[in-house]
Write a protein that binds this ligand. Structure first.
Ligand SMILES: [Zn+2]
Length: 232
């Protein structure tokens, strides 16, 4: 297993970070996750890589893998994983949960689990990428400071472990269906936390899509640049 994450454990994360204890505050999250995996089975080979998958050298570490779980909370890293999945033919299951709060009122709790693999619609086809946000997140610190359209700091988004684990469990079932014959046909699921429903969604790839079509990035490998951040 190759585990990738840029963050360190904060005291406020402890209620939703499986395996982390107060003694881990300040430690890399990937090291906590690696320790947890090793505690379950010492036979598993685990590599912990602390870094942002939107950075080129970090993204390229994924080229050694056979399957990717995308559990990121940034648009830039989603865009990279989406492209990588189709360009290098490494299937990926992208997942996420959003809790939308307006004036203290929870407007919606929306989760999504989506397999990214040839023949299946990608995140561009399903309109899940906000390219303006991708552009902003891809900026270096200096570029961000100079950009007139970026004001203030990012507002922390609420996260709840029960919602995260609902979506991640659905992703693991989807993985088992794809690789181990578990009879479950869905390759894209949406979860509505307020209604308490999960449903399978069918969406066709768009003809000529820049990421997932043959005219686009499909199978191009190293003949195309990944949409990653280079330099600092
Ligand atoms: Zn597409």
């Amino acid at each position: 297993m190759l585990l990738i994450d840029p963050d360190t454990v904060e005291a406020t994360n402890l209620n939703r970070l499986v395996g982390a204890t107060p003694g881990d505050v300040g430690a890399a999250k990937v090291n906590v996750a690696a320790r947890q995996v090793k505690a379950i089975s010492s036979d598993v080979e685990v590599v912990a890589l602390q870094g942002d998958v939107a950075n080129d050298e970090v993204a390229r570490a994924l080229l050694e893998t056979d399957f990717i779980f995308g559990c990121t909370d940034s648009m830039a890293s989603r865009a990279v994983l989406n492209q990588l999945a189709y360009q290098f033919l490494i299937p990926c299951i992208d997942m996420g949960v959003g809790i939308h709060v307006v004036d203290g009122d929870v407007r919606f709790i929306a989760g999504r689990v989506q397999m990214l693999s040839p023949g299946l619609a990608c995140l561009v086809c399903t309109d899940k990428l906000d390219f303006e946000q991708v552009r902003r997140e891809m900026m270096t610190e200096a570029q961000r400071k100079a950009d007139p359209y970026i004001q203030g700091e990012a507002v922390p988004q609420p996260a709840v472990i029960s919602l995260n684990s609902t979506v991640s469990s659905a992703a693991v079932t989807m993985f088992l269906a794809a690789v181990a014959g578990v009879p479950s046909a869905a390759r894209m699921l949406t979860y509505d936390g307020k209604l308490g429903t999960m449903r399978a969604v069918g969406m066709d790839p768009r003809a000529g899509c820049v990421a997932c079509a043959e005219e686009g990035g499909l199978g191009r490998g190293d003949r195309w640049l990944l949409p990653t951040r280079r330099g600092s």
